[in-house]
Design a protein around this ligand. Structure first.
Ligand code: NAP
Length: 433
């Protein structure tokens, strides 16, 4: 298993919100698999720079690509480049201490923030902005984020969707968790919850039970009496297409075009009306999904940001033939959708295809991890093995423990290497594989 960073777990480490520790427990499954003698963790190796896919196929019989969708998507509207306008991807990577995002700076010296898009990432961002900072202190949030957020003046967060509540991509439990935040009232206008005929059909669909589940969660929030006054509010606003970000030099407001829905059930589009509205804010996050990035030597579909495949078998779009030995799974296979569990079914499909292609024949040995190790060594690549990661893990946990956190992550690759590597190449299992 090759990994670009010296640490494993991908989005579980740098995407899952710090206040969702239960979701991170899935790493235990990986730890069990990593202990299997057939698996070798090869960290700190960049495929495409340190080693090519063709070279991996010289040492192994097949390659499964599972590198996700790391890039953010743009809105393409005026003002997007203003100071204070950010992608949720950068913010999430920053508060989770990902080395690629450590350098970002967010100015929380403002009273309001707007989040464009209504998926689960937008709720993660809203929660981190609205939660009492003392609650975040007990999580594995990066220390630099904690320090910056502790000075935040944000009182109001607006999560705006271009379509209606029946099309929101939230999970019901995420909505409920947001509404239960201490010191923050979640607000939805009654008018926004009225459903047109087509939305009613969507809500009644037995094939898509998720729609009515989200609607029920949103209705419960909308119907909740105001109760004791909360210092902060989080407003879910629907039917607003981002038109432009306004400001002189930095973000001052976001202009939305009011929309209505047009089209058949589950294919309704947001169509602009003549009305527009502005929300004043000093910060704006676009949370409109991720995008896959191409890898050298591998076919790529620019339109969907995925690798063309049939049931996980990579297909050359020109010849329409499979690319021998190359398979794909996860977000880079199907696009950035679904929760962690969705990837399990996806992997099963890919592995079943791989096994079918292999048939009963026993291929000749190609050298495996030991050959790859020699190749990387000859290029001076500092490979991080599982033993090295275990040392990094121990240091991170000990550093966290000292300040009341489950872990304090290294946010810098050099620090990770210094903590993990006894010698430049020290992984016993790799050397003996
Ligand atoms: P997402 O679920 O695809 O939501 C993207 C949102 O952005 C949608 O509301 C979409 O609206 C909107 N959008 C897209 N393009 C837009 C544009 N040009 N202008 C305005 N709005 C636009 O994406 P995500 O929130 O990044 O989540 C990615 C995946 O990770 C999802 O499957 C999510 O469930 C998962 N995730 C799960 C958890 C969890 O389980 N706790 C946490 C985080 C992420 P339309 O529908 O109109 O296109």
């Amino acid at each position: 298993m090759l990994e670009r960073l010296p640490v494993p777990y991908g989005l579980v480490r740098s995407g899952v919100a710090p206040d969702h520790p239960k979701l991170k427990q899935v790493t235990r499954v990986f730890d069990r698999i990593a202990a299997h003698p057939f698996l070798t963790f090869v960290g700190n190796v960049n495929v495409g720079t340190d080693v090519e896919i063709d070279e991996l196929l010289q040492t192994h019989h097949c390659v499964v690509l599972a590198f996700g969708a790391s890039q953010d998507r743009k809105l393409g509207i005026p003002g997007e480049g203003l100071k204070g306008s950010h992608s949720a991807t950068d913010f999430v990577g920053w508060y989770n201490g990902h080395p690629d995002h450590r350098h970002h700076a967010f100015d929380f010296d403002t009273e309001a923030a707007v989040i464009v898009g209504q998926g689960n990432v937008s709720i993660d961002v809203a929660r981190v902005l609205s939660k009492p900072v003392d609650e975040l202190r007990k999580t594995d949030i990066a220390e630099h984020a904690l320090e910056a957020l502790s000075k935040s003046r944000i009182q109001a967060v607006h999560i705006v969707g271009r379509r209606g509540p029946a099309q929101a991509k939230f999970s019901p439990q995420e909505v409920r968790e947001l509404a239960a935040l201490q010191g923050c009232r979640t607000v939805i206008k009654a008018a926004d919850m009225r459903l047109g005929d087509v939305c009613q059909l969507e809500s009644a669909s037995k094939q898509h039970p998720g729609v009515s589940a989200v609607l029920r969660a949103l209705e419960a929030v909308q119907a909740t009496p105001e109760g004791a006054s909360s210092p902060k509010t989080c407003t879910l606003r629907f039917y607003g297409r981002p038109h432009s970000i306004l400001g002189r030099g930095c973000v001052e407001a976001v202009r939305f075009q009011q929309t209505r829905l047009e089209g058949k059930e589950f294919a309704q589009r947001a169509v602009d009306t003549a009305e527009s509205f502005d929300i004043e804010a000093g910060l704006v996050f676009r949370s409109v999904g991720y995008r896959g990035v191409a890898m050298p030597q591998v076919p790529f579909d620019e339109a969907s940001g995925t690798i063309p495949n049939e049931a996980g078998r990579v297909i050359d779009p020109w010849t329409k033939f499979p690319v021998p030995g190359v398979y794909v799974t996860g977000w880079i296979k199907r696009g950035p959708s679904g929760i962690i569990g969705t990837n399990r079914a996806d992997s099963l499909e890919t592995v079943a295809t791989l096994q079918r292609d292999r048939g009963a024949s026993v291929p000749s040995y190609k050298g495996g991890a030991a050959s790859l190790h020699r190749l990387l060594q000859s290029r001076g690549v500092r490979v991080v093995g599982y033993d090295d990661w275990s040392r990094i893990d121990e240091v991170e946990k000990a550093t966290g423990l000292a300040i009341g956190k489950p872990r304090e992550k290294f946010t810098n690759i050099e620090q990770m290497l210094a903590a993990g590597l006894v010698s430049p190449i020290s992984n016993r299992s790799l050397a003996s594989a």
